[in-house]
Structure formats: structure tokens, C-alpha cells
Ligand binder design. Structure first.
Ligand SMILES: CC(C)(COP(=O)(O)OP(=O)(O)OC[C@H]1O[C@@H](n2cnc3c(N)ncnc32)[C@H](O)[C@@H]1OP(=O)(O)O)[C@@H](O)C(=O)NCCC(=O)NCCS
Length: 218
């Protein structure tokens, strides 16, 4: 295709009928099925697959060995860690055909799924939620929630820059050590950023990491 503005490695298959946005990269041995719609500036690592009814937003980063099955919606800025697992049937049985019964799983804008975590289908992972490595998530996850363990439980909040938010101050405000953005529970279990709307893009000057996670923890 002369007019394609994405890159696919020679070992990858992008089926006729898949739509890929500008600047998207598909690396070794990955397969994008016909009908899949992938936004701009996404990166799919090695050995990924995207089913034909899947819609992926812009700037989505997918690490090696991730399959995105029919029924999944991936919004902008989602990060899927290596070998994480998404599912689409709660009660699969080889003898029973449930191809018309795939359950919907929605990963909202900016969510992160850690390495080797599993998302049981039919749930929604909130904006900027953070699923720890190896967690098994089977329930809806609120915006900014940090989910750890099996079954995954909420262990506080994670900022948009991916830092655990410490104890709130007297006004109930928690501050991200990297961005300085303030966060507050506007009602029990509902966290909002007071300085940047969840749907607004991150300002460019805040999009380059300069210190490691542990340096901010000190
Ligand atoms: C969730 C995460 C951010 C927590 O990091 P952290 O705040 O530095 O956590 P700590 O190392 O201080 O550990 C705090 C506690 O949680 C436990 N813990 C840490 N990560 C855990 C995980 N993924 N699952 C279960 N427990 C975990 C620690 O063992 C420790 O337990 P303890 O209090 O009983 O000693 C990190 O562990 C993680 O999973 N990051 C995702 C990494 C990833 O998948 N990257 C993909 C791109 S390469």
C-alpha cells in the first residue's frame, strides 16, 4: 500500500481490511486481523495479536506476547505490559460455541496493566488505573486505583504519572511527587485530579520521565 503511514516489520501480518493510524508500529511476528482499528502512534511489540472487532485508541503501548481478543475496547494512552492476558468468555468450554457471546472488557484512557496480569472479561478498568504485575482482576476498577494481588484488591491510588499517592493532607489532597498534580477523593472511592482533567492530554513538558520510580519514593 503506497499510502500507508504505519510501520509493520516484515515478519508481521497486517490483514487486508485492518485500519492502522499514522506512526503506528507493529513489530516481529505480530498479527493484526482484518477489521481491527488501531489509532495513531501505537506500538505493538513482538508476538502480539489483535482480533478483527477490536478498537484501539491513540498512543497505546502493547508489550510482547499480548493478545487482544474480540470484545475488548482499548482507549487512548493505555499501556499493556508484557504477557498480560485479556479474556473474552467467563465460562469457556471447548464443546460449547460462544463466538456470538464474547463479553466486553473496556480499558479506559491511560490505564496500565502490569506484566503477566490477567483481566477477567466483562469489566471496566478505569482511567489511569494501575494493575500491578501478576494481578488477577475480576471486578470493575475505579479511575487511578492501584490493584494488586490475586484476587486483585485496591491498595490506594496511583497518580497519572504512575506514583503511589501517600496520605492525604488536612484538606484531603494527595500530591504526585513527579508532576506536582493534586488529587482528591471527591466522594468515597472516586478520585479526581484537581489540576488536569482526566480527558485532557498531558502537557508535553510533563511527558518525559527524568528520575526512576525509587528516586521519587525516597
Ligand atoms: C505495583 C508496583 C508499582 C508496586 O511497586 P512499589 O510501590 O514499589 O511496591 P513495593 O516494592 O514498595 O512493595 C510494597 C508491598 O507490595 C508487594 N508488592 C509489590 N509489587 C507487587 C505485585 N506486583 N503484586 C503483589 N504484591 C506486590 C511487596 O512485596 C510489598 O509487600 P510487603 O509490604 O508485604 O513487603 C510494582 O510492583 C508493579 O507491579 N509494577 C508493574 C511493573 C510492570 O509490570 N511493568 C511492565 C513494563 S516492563
Amino acid at each position: 500500500m503506497a499510502d500507508k503511514n504505519y510501520f509493520a516489520h516484515e515478519s508481521a501480518y497486517v490483514d487486508e481490511g485492518a485500519v492502522l493510524g499514522d506512526g503506528t508500529k507493529i513489530w516481529h511476528f505480530s498479527h493484526i486481523l482484518s477489521g481491527a482499528r488501531i489509532g495513531n502512534r501505537c506500538v505493538f511489540g513482538q508476538n502480539c495479536s489483535v482480533a478483527g472487532s477490536v478498537v484501539v485508541g491513540n498512543n497505546v503501548k502493547v508489550q510482547n506476547n499480548v493478545s487482544i481478543y474480540d470484545g475488548t475496547v482499548i482507549e487512548d494512552d493505555v499501556f499493556l505490559g508484557p504477557s498480560c492476558v485479556l479474556t473474552n468468555v467467563t465460562n469457556p468450554r471447548s464443546q460449547v460455541n460462544r463466538h456470538s457471546l464474547y463479553e466486553k472488557t473496556i480499558l479506559r484512557r491511560g490505564a496500565t496493566v502490569g506484566a503477566n496480569a490477567t483481566i477477567v472479561c466483562g469489566i471496566e478498568i478505569g482511567r489511569y488505573a494501575f494493575v500491578a504485575a501478576g494481578a488477577v482482576v475480576a471486578k470493575n476498577v475505579p479511575d487511578y486505583a492501584l490493584m494488586m494481588g490475586c484476587p486483585a484488591r485496591q491498595h490506594g491510588w496511583m497518580s497519572r504519572h504512575g506514583h503511589r499517592l501517600g496520605e492525604p493532607d488536612a484538606e484531603g489532597v494527595m500530591t504526585c511527587p513527579e508532576s506536582g498534580f493534586r488529587y482528591q477523593e471527591v466522594e468515597p472511592g472516586v478520585l479526581r485530579c484537581l489540576d488536569l482533567d482526566e480527558e485532557s492530554p498531558l502537557p508535553e513538558e510533563l511527558a518525559m520521565g527524568e528520575k526512576t520510580y525509587d528516586e521519587y519514593k525516597k
